[in-house]
Design a protein around this ligand. Sequence first.
Ligand SMILES: NC(=O)c1ccc[n+]([C@@H]2O[C@H](COP(=O)([O-])OP(=O)(O)OC[C@H]3O[C@@H](n4cnc5c(N)ncnc54)[C@H](O)[C@@H]3O)[C@@H](O)[C@H]2O)c1
Length: 384
Amino acid sequence: MSLLRTASRQLAPSRQPFIRAGAVAAQQPWNRGYATEKKIGGFGGQKQANGKYLVSLIEGDGIGPEISQSIKDIYAAADVPIEWEPVDVNPILKDGKTAIPDAAIESIKRNLVALKGPLATPIGKGHVSLNLTLRRTFNLFANVRPCKSIAGYKTPYDGVDTVLIRENTEGEYSGIEHHVVDGVVQSIKLITRAASERVLRYAFQYAESIGKKKVRVVHKATIMKQSDGLFLDLGLELSKQFPNIQFDSELLDNTCLNIVTDPTPYNDKVLVMPNLYGDILSDMCAGLIGGLGLTPSGNIGDECSIFEAVHGSAPDIQGKALANPTALLFSSIMMLQHMGLNEHAAKIQKAAFDTLAQGKYLTGDLGGKAKTHEYAGAIIDNLK
Ligand SMILES: NC(=O)c1ccc[n+]([C@@H]2O[C@H](COP(=O)([O-])OP(=O)(O)OC[C@H]3O[C@@H](n4cnc5c(N)ncnc54)[C@H](O)[C@@H]3O)[C@@H](O)[C@H]2O)c1
């Protein structure tokens, strides 16, 4: 009897198909692992001859241009070694499918990094979400959402400082749905070794890079024994390669209850999870610290990464100088950290936190009266 068959006998029945299919599937792309030393999702960009990095800037729709202007002003005042390359991502239809214009793809592929304002999803024009299209075009496999309380701005919880990392390419969002018979539909949750290992490895590396001591997988492997079971097993397997990081896991429902009861025990952790759990839990955590208007995010890909605020284009306040640029500014700070420009990131972050804590120039959504440019001006004053 082969070793493979002996092993499969000892496993719970629910795990057996993986082992039986293992010999053949091991060679397939969805099963390929990543080399141990490989830095996942790192930034490989180079400075230009003038000493500056080129960064693609998608200003976006609605309030996008207004909040982008604030970022440009703050960056100019802070002498950040960046030149912005404006990029138009107005969608085109290619062979009946939504696509990003070639010039935009080339810009992001050349610069390897982009900052993105909110994009309005066109309704009824046959387009799918542009955000989804960007994610697919650049294979942005990890969505990183830091969740940190802001001193001076009273929110439901104080002292929150955790990070959520969501697998961004498959799981419940694989888009495989079937109409089986009348009244019965089936939606397939796809979990692959390759995509899971990639995001898990990124989570361990990210924890190391920001000095968090623990990585926790959030899952429902008690119910989805094979799909979440694979994700969880891979987390455990990979943890052996990161001896300085403690690894553990928690059921999604317990995480939800525990984090709204007291989020502070999560401050030493990076939480990593399959797609849908990450979608829901990261918005829930944004609620702990004052909502989506203050929440930054990074979409990390193998080569290119795109940083964006998680709020939308806010058409109701467009052109009125009422928009709050904080979420886009914090996303750009994540971008600077990703690019290794840590000193500039720290300087701008401190100026923004100081401005928020002083509370004198807050925008309307935070209870203040300042216009977008007045708030940005106060941050610039605090840079000095
Ligand atoms: N990442 C993205 O690009 C993204 C995300 C969400 C929604 N959208 C798109 O944005 C459009 C509008 O969506 P929506 O109205 O549901 O959500 P929204 O986030 O644009 O607005 C919700 C509410 O929050 C306010 N708000 C949002 N951002 C703000 C900011 N920076 N400063 C002050 N107030 C702010 C708005 O005025 C509005 O009252 C839609 O087309 C949607 O598809 C894009």
